[in-house]
Ligand binder design. Structure first.
Ligand SMILES: [Zn+2]
Length: 254
């Protein structure tokens, strides 16, 4: 039985895209998730929406209880996760407003709980392909159908934040082959993988970080403005992709 968890980032915290939405309060052995889950259906597929930073966007990136969020979605029966996130672009061709579907991550976080396996027998989770390739392909195909500019199989670097990068850091991340930068993909993706959930990210490029000398340095106001203009693309994408996920479930190989 397919059930899709949607983790909304900035601009997608309260999507009014569900039929028969219902708030469900969940608690977990790791504490409370960022917000109550909103459960309902999209195209007859059961979904649960979670606002990563809380409904009033009051939880800063390092304060997100990622383990509680993933556990809450898993405990409600979610098999797949579509995560939306704002990213800065480290590549000229990834313009503000474009979507990115990462295939790899680089973990540059410093102070987060990154595993469910911190007690009991030692477990090492394979992470060569952290994102679900099937879900990623499905998102890329759907974006193309909708005419949304998008880039697939890119590398996201997640930094601790909440500050943005220095120019030196931004150039270093480019030299490391990172394509976009954010503060929330890690440890969300690896925790979902530990729970054997299919996880894909729709990353919304909002700005050029600070490596791009011709562009004004990024500010939060600039990002919020672009986010508003582009969040509806991700909603369109998810609404179109979710009915396909139920149909394609068993061809995914993990
Ligand atoms: Zn998968």
């Amino acid at each position: 039985m397919v059930k899709v968890g949607i983790i909304g980032g900035s601009g997608l915290d309260n999507p009014e895209i569900l039929a028969e939405p219902q708030d469900i309060e969940v608690t977990t052995p790791y504490g409370d998730p960022s917000a109550p889950l909103v459960c309902g259906t999209i195209g007859k597929v059961p979904v649960a929406v979670l606002a990563r930073h809380g409904r009033d966007h009051a939880i800063y990136p390092s304060g997100v209880n990622f383990r509680a969020n993933i556990w809450a979605l898993k405990s409600q029966g979610c098999t797949h996760i579509l995560a939306a996130t704002a990213v800065g672009s480290l590549r000229r061709e990834i313009a503000p407003g474009h979507l990115v579907f990462p295939g790899q991550f680089i973990d540059f976080t410093r102070r987060r709980e990154t595993t469910f396996f911190d007690r009991g027998p030692v477990v090492h989770t394979p992470m060569a392909e952290p994102f679900c390739p099937h879900l990623r392909r499905l998102l890329a195909e759907t974006a193309a159908e909708l005419g949304i500019p998008a880039h697939s199989d890119k590398t996201v670097i997640t930094v601790e934040g909440p500050r943005f990068s220095t120019k030196a850091e931004s150039h270093m991340f480019r030299a490391w082959s990172a394509d976009v930068i954010n503060m929330s993909t890690v440890p969300e993706v690896n925790l979902a993988r530990e729970q054997k959930m299919h996880y894909a990210t729709a990353a919304m490029s909002t700005d050029y970080d600070c490596w791009h000398e011709e562009e004004a340095p990024v500010t939060w106001e600039m990002i919020v403005d672009t986010m508003r203009k582009n969040a509806h693309n991700v909603i369109r994408l998810f609404v179109a992709a979710i009915p396909k996920i139920a149909a394609y479930d068993d061809i995914c190989q993990r």
